[in-house]
Structures are given as structure tokens and as C-alpha cells.
Design a protein around this ligand. Structure first.
Ligand code: GCB
Length: 578
């Protein structure tokens, strides 16, 4: 799905701003005094707990005027996301429905509106997570009849319109999709889909706008002479302008390759070592609302620490983030929202009776269908980003349980069909060991999340070091693939200090990370380290959480804890060596 861009043949109107907002409503005029900001999660905007704890649909509404010059064009509404379910109405007419909270969807509303006139736009957004949504969740009813949402992931279930909403014009015959695959010799294989058969031309422009290749036909290969590669830390972007009579669309791209060979992760044929973070889209007040100021600042802080990469834990991030990574040469592991496919974690944390994770009664075919759809939408959205070097299909699934292989094998196949060019991984949970894991051989890279020294061997870094080394060596030996740590971290209260190994202190977070780095440097097949987490973030209530998860290297308002300085020293030092 193409990102909306203004071109000579396409116009865009941003519908961001203040919308009328209500917990009860319908497509008719909303009877409400509340207004909500878009983009923003609605949860933290209001003081009324009924909004924050609401389970079900909420209603957003505004008037929209169609520009008068748009007569004869297709008129399209585009929502960059509605978390987790969206229903869109023009006047009283339902024009789009979508499930999956972190990927875009659109509706052609040409038949329902008129150029120059206003219409009432209503978006109902549902936040319910169930056994057949990605991520999954459970709705319970409390003794007093309140519906409560529980879920198996460790971040707050922010909901609403957290990304931009657009009104777009498009010519009647238009370009629908573009897929680009590049080679180191400057070849660009392209496929252009159009709304109906029509001759296609393509032109490739370099960063200065100079034409460097041309081609004809809906699919083909063009070649850029003396190509400048897209490299981590040294990005270079071209644009492929697809043209048909009456429409054109410029698709930015970078020329680079990705490959796993033996125990190496290669970008442009050169070994790449990941340094960086698992992150969240999470800020005060906005929740998961996209914000360009935080975008710029977070990338500045990543650069300051010497991070060359991050994982979009635990869902696809806003497209602005992906574009920014392309332009700034940051490498991305792109993750679906499949977090929490693990009932053992729930029983471990909350004492619930263990049930099999993968079964018709728990997560079965319908869950897998939703998961497959999440993968399709992620690849469709992000396939042309040079920054994206790997797909991560799930975070901490019960890959050690019966049924895991049957569940994941078709999903890995699907991903490879959709994109044969990128490696595929998942992040393995603590309980999934190199001995009992049933799926790692299906994937290209072993990513493990481990908390030795935190949840296990708490405060005992010597024991933790021995456990960690044995664990990582086990994966490396059994699978012979590149191994990286996709999570390791310790909750830390800024300002808390100790001369001993005392959990929650700033010194402990630093010593914990340093212990890991000693181990990583001893393991040959090791290709990267992503600290959990870039910044503190909000979670559901829990006795193991203090106003959220505090494993951030930065606080929620992006101030460095002591560990940030230590990481900076290591990663800036590694940049020259690995
Ligand atoms: C994990 C999860 C992550 C949590 C983290 C923690 O394994 O993948 O979502 O936030 O542990 O801090 O417990």
C-alpha cells in the first residue's frame, strides 16, 4: 500500500487536529463536549477514569470539506492506523472496517462526497483484544458488571487514532502499488501495479534529482551506473518515479542487499553487528500518538548512544519512523504485533493455571489467520524501506510448546513468499531454550530475550553470567545460525544508587549490561545486542511495575540514566571494530 504523498497528480489534506470525541455514539452527530487530539491515544488525554479504562468502541467525529478542485478525481480516506479496530462512516454510510491496530487502511469515498462540499466523518475505534486478535487478550466481567481488558503483553493497551488521518485525491486510473528489489550492481527490479491495465514508464532519480535510469513496462529491471549504496550510518536514497498517463508516484528506495550466511548477518555483503534497542511508541499524554518532535529527539539519543539499529517491539511503528530510519541510515528489525502468544508467561507472572498456548480453545486457526493478515499488511506497507533488514514475526511466543511448529511453519512460508529478500526471525522467550524450542530452525537468525540477573539470579551477576553464557552457546551450537540478543535489561529507578549489586539502582543497570557485554564478546556467532528498553514506558498495573516498566536506558521524558553513558562508551567504541 502506497504512502499518501502529494505529487503533480495527487493532493493531500491532513485531517489531524481536534475531533469531537465520545464513549457512546454512532455515525449521527455526536452529543458530546469532549474533544480529542489526533494523532494521540485517547487514554491519557482525559481525567475521567471511565475513558482510560473503557473497553469497547469510542467515537471520533469531525466535519471535512472536500477541496473544490477535486471533481472527477477518486477521493480516498486514509487512516495510518486505528488501534485496534476501526469503522469509518461518511455521513451515515459505513465505508471501511479494519482490524489490526498498527497498519494503515483506506476507503474510496468518491461515491459518497462532492468536491467543494462538507461531510461528517465519524470513526469508531474499538480497543478490544480477544483470542483471535493480534495481539491477543481476554475480556472479563467484574462482579459489579464492568468489562475489563486483560492481556499478556507488558505495555499499556493504548487505543484510538494514534497516527495521522488523510483525505487524498487520486486520478481515476492510478498507480496502486510499487515493489522494488535492488542488487549491489545497481540493478533495480520493479513491479508497478495500476488500477487498470495501462502502459507504465519508470524513471530513477538520484538524490540530486538527476535521472540515472529509465524503463518501460509494468515490471522490469533497470540499472543504475556507478550506484551509491544505502549503508547503515551512510544512507543514500534514490527515487523511482512510476508514470502512467494521468498519474505518477515517486517511491524512495535505497540500493542494498541483506543476507544471512553461516553465522553472519550481511548488509551489502559486509558483516553487520546490531547495537541498539527494543523500543516502544510511548510518551506522556500522547500514549502511542506519533509525534515528530519525539521522533527527531529519539533518533538523536540513539545516535548519541552509538546505536545503529532498533527493533519495532512489539508492533509496526508509524511510517514516519520508517522513512526517518531510511533517511538517517538506522537499521530496523520490523516486528508484527504478535506479542503474548504465550500462556505460560501468564501463568508464571499471574499464577493462572497453565493451559496449552496453541490449541483450538486457545490460539488456533483463527488466531493464525489474524497473524497471517498482520504479516501481509506489514510487508505490504514496509517492503520498500532499505532500513528494514529483517521481519520479526512474533515476540516471545511459546515456541517450546506443542503446536508451535504447526502454528509458525505456514507463517514463515507466507513471509518468505511475500518477501524472499529479507531474513525472518522471532524473539525467543526465557522458557524456550535451545533444547526445547521447536521452531528456530525455520528462521534465519536466532533472537533471544533473556533476563539473567533480573528475573532469574536477581542481584547475582556472577551466577547470571554463567547462565547467560551457557544459554547463548547452546543456541549457537545447536542451530549454527547468527545469534543476537533482542532483549536484556534491568528495571532502574533514576537517582537510586548503591556501592553493591543492588537491583533498581543505576549502578546495577550498568553492571548488568556490562556483564552481558563480556559474554557477548566471547561468542563467535554473536551478531547483535538490543537493550530492553530505549526508554521507560507505561504498562498495565502490576505489583512488578512502578508506574510502568523502568528498564529504560532513558527515562520516559528521555533523560539518560547512568547506563546510557556506559552504553555510549561501548557502542561508540564498537563502531570502529565490529
Ligand atoms: C519481555 C518482553 C517485554 C517486557 C520485558 C520485561 O520479555 O518481551 O515486552 O517488557 O520482558 O521488562 O519484562
Amino acid at each position: 500500500m502506497l504512502k499518501p504523498r502529494p505529487t503533480p497528480t495527487r493532493e493531500l489534506v491532513s485531517l489531524d487536529g481536534l475531533w469531537r470525541f465520545a464513549l457512546e455514539g454512532g455515525p449521527g452527530p455526536l452529543d458530546t463536549a469532549l474533544e480529542a487530539a489526533v494523532p494521540a491515544s485517547y487514554n491519557d488525554l482525559f481525567t475521567d477514569p471511565a475513558v482510560r479504562d473503557h473497553v469497547g468502541w469510542v467515537w471520533y467525529q469531525r466535519q471535512v470539506r472536500v477541496p473544490r478542485g477535486w471533481a472527477g478525481e477518486r477521493i480516498v480516506l486514509r487512516l495510518d492506523a486505528a488501534t485496534h479496530h476501526g469503522r469509518v462512516y461518511v455521513g451515515d454510510v459505513l465505508v471501511a472496517e479494519h482490524t489490526g491496530g498498527y497498519t494503515p487502511f483506506e476507503a474510496d469515498i468518491t461515491e459518497h462526497v462532492r468536491a467543494g462540499q462538507e461531510f461528517r466523518l465519524t470513526v469508531a475505534v474499538g480497543n478490544e483484544l480477544t483470542g483471535v486478535t493480534i495481539p491477543p487478550g481476554t475480556i472479563t466481567v467484574s462482579a459489579d458488571g464492568r468489562r475489563r481488558q486483560t492481556y499478556l503483553h507488558d505495555f499499556y493497551n493504548y487505543a484510538g487514532l494514534a497516527r495521522s488521518v488523510w483525505l487524498c485525491s487520486r486520478p481515476p486510473v492510478h498507480i496502486q502499488d510499487i515493489t522494488l528489489v535492488t542488487g549491489l550492481d545497481g540493478t533495480v527490479r520493479y513491479t508497478v501495479e495500476t488500477s487498470e491495465p495501462t502502459p507504465v514508464r519508470v524513471r530513477v532519480l538520484d538524490a540530486a534529482g538527476t535521472q540515472v535510469a529509465v524503463g518501460e513496462g509494468a515490471t522490469g529491471t533497470v540499472r543504475i551506473e556507478d550506484v551509491t549504496l544505502w549503508r547503515p550510518g551512510a544512507p543514500y536514497l534514490y527515487e523511482l518515479v512510476a508514470e502512467i498517463d494521468g498519474d505518477s508516484y515517486p517511491q524512495p528506495f535505497g540500493v542494498r542487499t541483506v543476507e544471512v550466511r553461516g553465522t553472519e548477518f550481511l548488509i551489502n555483503g559486509e558483516p553487520f553487528y546490531f547495537t541498539g534497542f527494543g523500543r516502544h511508541e510511548d510518551t506522556p499524554v500522547r500514549g502511542k500518538g506519533h509525534d515528530d518532535a519525539y521522533l527527531v529527539h529519539d533518533f538523536q539519543l540513539m545516535d548519541w548512544t552509538g546505536a545503529n539499529s532498533f527493533r519495532t517491539s512489539h508492533y509496526p511503528y508509524a511510517e514516519e519512523v520508517m522513512d526517518f530510519a531510511d533517511r538517517h541510515g538506522i537499521v530496523v528489525i520490523d516486528e508484527t504485533a504478535a506479542v503474548g502468544l504465550n500462556l505460560a508467561v501468564a501463568s508464571g507472572l499471574f499464577g493462572a493455571p497453565p493451559r496449552p498456548t496453541f490449541s483450538p480453545e486457545t490460539y488456533g486457526e483463527a488466531t493464525r489467520d489474524a497473524h497471517a493478515q498482520a504479516i501481509r499488511e506489514l510487508v505490504a506497507r514496509d517492503k520498500n524501506h532499505p532500513s528494514v533488514v529483517m521481519w520479526c514475526l512474533a515476540n516471545e511466543p511459546a515456541s517450546n510448546e506443542e503446536g508451535a511448529r504447526e502454528y509458525f511453519e505456514p507463517l514463515v512460508e507466507l513471509t518468505r513468499e511475500l518477501d524472499p529478500t529479507r531474513p525472518v526471525t522471532y524473539s525467543a522467550v526465557m522458557f524456550a531454550t535451545h533444547d526445547n524450542d521447536r521452531i528456530a530452525d525455520l528462521f534465519d537468525v536466532v533472537c533471544v530475550n533473556r533476563y539473567y540477573g533480573w528475573y532469574i539470579a536477581t542481584g547475582d551477576l556472577a551466577t547470571a553470567e554463567a547462565y547467560l553464557e551457557r544459554d547463548l552457546r547452546g543456541w549457537a551450537e545447536r542451530f549454527g545460525k547468527p545469534v543476537m540478543m533482542s532483549e536484556y535489561g534491568a528495571d532502574t529507578q533514576p537517582g537510586l544508587h548503591s556501592v553493591w549489586d543492588t537491583p533498581w539502582t543505576e549502578e546495577y543497570q550498568q553492571a548488568y549490561l556490562e556483564m552481558h557485554h563480556r559474554v557477548f564478546d566471547r561468542i563467535e556467532a554473536f551478531v547483535g545486542e538490543h537493550v530492553w528498553n530505549f526508554a521507560d514506558f507505561q504498562t498495565a498495573h502490576g505489583i512488578h511495575r512502578v508506574d510502568g516498566n523502568k528498564k529504560g536506558v532513558f527515562t520516559r521524558d528521555r533523560r539518560p540514566k547512568a547506563a546510557a553513558h556506559a552504553l555510549r562508551t561501548r557502542w561508540k567504541g564498537l563502531a570502529g571494530r565490529k
